[in-house]
Design a protein around this ligand. Sequence first.
Ligand SMILES: *[C@@H]1O[C@H](CO)[C@@H](O)[C@H](O)[C@H]1NC(C)=O
Ligand SMILES: *[C@@H]1O[C@H](CO)[C@@H](O)[C@H](O)[C@H]1NC(C)=O
Ligand SMILES: *[C@@H]1O[C@H](CO)[C@@H](O)[C@H](O)[C@H]1NC(C)=O
Ligand SMILES: CC(=O)N[C@H]1CO[C@H](CO)[C@@H](O)[C@@H]1O
Length: 370
Amino acid sequence: MIRLTLYTLVLSGFVSASPAQDPLSLNSTKKFYDVQAHRGGRGNTVESILPSFAWGLVDGATTLELDNGITLDGEVVVWHDEEITARKCRDTKPVVPNDPSFPYVGKFIANLTLAQIKTLDCGSQRQAEYPQQLLYPGAQIPTLKEVFDFVECADPTHQILWNIESKIDARFPNRTAGVRDFVQKQHAVFQSSPYYLSITYQSFDWRTLTAMKELDPRITTSALIDEDTAFMPDNSTTPWLAGLRLDEFPGPSFGEQVVQAAHKIDADILSPTATVTIPSPKDPSENIPFTTQSLINEAHRLGMQVKPWTVNRLDIADELLQWGVDGIITDYPSVIRRWAKQHGRSVAPKYPKQRIFTCLRKHMQLDSGN
Ligand SMILES: *[C@@H]1O[C@H](CO)[C@@H](O)[C@H](O)[C@H]1NC(C)=O
Ligand SMILES: *[C@@H]1O[C@H](CO)[C@@H](O)[C@H](O)[C@H]1NC(C)=O
Ligand SMILES: *[C@@H]1O[C@H](CO)[C@@H](O)[C@H](O)[C@H]1NC(C)=O
Ligand SMILES: CC(=O)N[C@H]1CO[C@H](CO)[C@@H](O)[C@@H]1O
């Protein structure tokens, strides 16, 4: 009932203006080259905790990129994985004595309450692939609202942009919340935030993108895609693309088919992997990059932007820039920012460090039992 009410309200009252005519959404996009700090900047800090986003601001990101999961009790949390893994998080104590769900490591976010998740220490372990990560022992998985509140403290004039993903599993409905829960719960947090119109909504599961557009056409959407979601090895229809099959689009190239499919669901941005090659659909003995010049040209022809991920190598960034990409999602925002600047792009200002860390101290909740 609550869901229906929200849905009806939004549809009836709020959503008549088109995004292009909305003066508030204008400052969101065109000012700076879009350097996106992936999970806050995973190369520099352990991912997705408040300090990750602090460093994303220090490093002068244009956009903070992050993922959302939905807890058992319906809270929107900022975490990439469906499951709490021992590589990233440690149990501290059960939330109540003899909690049958304890230990929480190894469980799905969708099967844990926020209170259970808040006992986890997810700031103590440096990932082997990112040896420069700063650690913040005791740091908790934040809710989306906590991230917005902290960043607003450090960015009171709301300059930062957001790219927020629904981490829904299109293959296994029992591992995450469903489409309706994701879209409605994320939208409620977006709408009550001062950053409402500075948010891009991204997903590999294109069902959430179409559902979000239907609920609120003012939200910019970005279609994520890679070799695991574009097609299935057995040629069955992929569960990720809202029922679409790339081979049903005219192309002629694979990249053009990807763009045409994303355009079909009215996505504003296409966000393809830029770090893998795939066997060429024309000649499987040859490998082609997933992101190509023809993909980017076709997107621009259809009025879509292209923002690939996760680009940590400047040779790849150089090639993408030559092809005209509109932004880069990276684990190293400071590196991509100075590279963009060297290439004559205007980049976002760095936020005052002292203010950021004063806000961080105020907003960070360390687990007192740890
Ligand atoms: C755009 O920037 C102005 C200040 O320059 C700020 O007041 C406003 O809230 C921003 N708009 C959004 C949607 O964040
Ligand atoms: C989800 O369902 C699959 C079968 O569809 C089953 O194999 C798996 O154990 C289930 N997982 C959970 C977490 O319940
Ligand atoms: C894959 O499936 C599609 C439609 O179901 C069919 O048209 C196509 O020929 C198939 N491709 C291969 C390589 O089997
Ligand atoms: C999303 C979700 O609720 N997943 C699973 C939680 O755990 C039970 C089993 O303990 C599963 O049946 C659910 O599907």
